[in-house]
Design a protein around this ligand. Structure first.
Ligand code: SF4
Length: 211
């Protein structure tokens, strides 16, 4: 399977991580196409990709300087056959992070290769988070403030074990609901422990004019 496996690649580029605990990390971003959700404010064009074989993906990733890799999408964990790619990149010494909406937990074989799992659950698809299939353990959780998400945040905090929980403003129409996000942080952080300790995550790469 290894040699013939292909992947739907939207883009591969190097930048600084702009969100969450790893803000500022120099990394190669590998964006895969396809998603199992369809958020109306999604800022990535995951519907257009080119199919590349494993060798070509590795060639384009290794052409960049950074030796951290952030696998993003779309929904990368919905991509069939990810195992050989993760294993190859791991073998080359990459530190690998994956960004997921958390609907599908990665198979154990994939999880072993992923050093950092960031989950961004989506409130408007709350019904899709099935206890038996969803991610239950992560390195961080980032909830986008898409409407009144207070109860969803509390629910995800209970269902996904993680050392850090973030709120991210929802960007649409050229703006972002930063004040609404700050207010919700204030509300959630008044919850009785262990309910508090929510942090703010902004898309710092966009503020910095980075891809
Ligand atoms: S889960 Fe993420 S990639 Fe998929 S549609 Fe929503 S915002 Fe876009």
């Amino acid at each position: 399977m290894d040699g013939t496996q292909t992947y739907p690649v939207v883009e591969i580029f190097e930048s600084l991580q702009g969100e969450g605990s790893n803000t500022g990390l120099e990394a190669v971003f590998l964006r895969l196409g396809g998603c199992n959700l369809d958020c109306p404010w999604c800022d990535t064009d995951w519907r257009r990709w080119e199919r590349l074989d494993l060798g070509e993906v590795v060639r384009r990733v290794t052409a960049h300087r950074a030796r951290a890799l952030i696998l993003t999408g779309g929904e990368p964990l919905a991509c069939a056959g990810l195992g050989p790619l993760l294993a190859r990149l791991k073998g080359l010494g990459y530190w690998i992070a994956a960004e997921t909406n958390g609907v599908l937990a990665p198979p154990e074989e994939w999880r072993r290769q992923i050093d950092f799992l960031a989950v961004s659950p989506k409130a408007r698809y709350a019904g899709r988070y099935d206890e038996a299939r969803m991610v239950r353990q992560a390195d961080e959780v980032r909830v986008v403030v898409d409407g009144d998400v207070a109860d969803f945040c509390r629910d995800m905090r209970r269902r996904i074990a993680a050392p850090r929980y973030f709120l991210s403003p929802c960007a649409r129409g050229g703006g972002a609901n930063v004040a609404e996000t700050m207010r919700l942080l204030g509300v959630l952080n008044r919850d009785v422990p262990p309910g508090g300790n929510w942090l703010l995550s902004v898309q710092a790469h966009k503020l910095a004019g980075l891809p």
